[in-house]
Design a protein around this ligand. Structure first.
Ligand SMILES: [Zn+2]
Length: 150
């Protein structure tokens, strides 16, 4: 992952990383030419995404977190994003269906994160007793979970 200073067309340099311990991450990059600074802030979900993709930031990997499981799934290159035969979390016997337009919207998610995104929505639906995921449910999950950027 790199940041480019558009004004100078320079790769921005890593300056500082903060891991406050609550799952969020803040990383500062600066342009070596014009000194403009950019900060990348990630919420816990995004921090795990970065971590699960093995992205190196500031020369070190983000500490490994429980989403390694998802990474394994990604490496298998599952093309069955719309099937829902993943192991169901204990206590949640609910089977979640995807409406046609929700499937279509999920299809717009880049394939390398689709499995994870799908799981986030499915878990959200199960936790809320929702049996059919529609675009409206996806919108609600995104705002509830602070995933507007995803
Ligand atoms: Zn610059």
């Amino acid at each position: 992952m790199k940041f480019l200073c558009l004004r100078c067309d320079e790769v921005m340099r890593f300056e500082e990383r903060q891991l406050p311990g609550d799952g969020t991450m803040g990383v500062v990059f600066s342009c070596p030419v014009c000194r403009r600074e950019v900060a990348m802030l990630t919420n816990p979900m995004e921090t795990q995404l970065v971590s699960s993709l093995g992205v190196q930031i500031g020369g070190r990997s983000v500490p490994t977190q429980p989403l390694e499981l998802t990474r394994g799934n990604l490496q298998e290159g599952r093309g069955d994003a719309f099937r829902d035969d993943d192991p169901v979390p204990a206590g949640a016997g609910l089977r979640v269906e995807w409406s046609g337009d929700a499937q279509q919207r999920l299809g717009q998610v880049p394939s390398f994160v689709r499995g994870m995104v799908k799981r986030i929505y499915a878990d959200y639906a199960r936790e809320h007793g929702i049996t059919t995921i529609t675009p409206a449910v996806m919108d609600r999950a995104r705002s509830d979970l602070g995933l507007e950027g995803m």
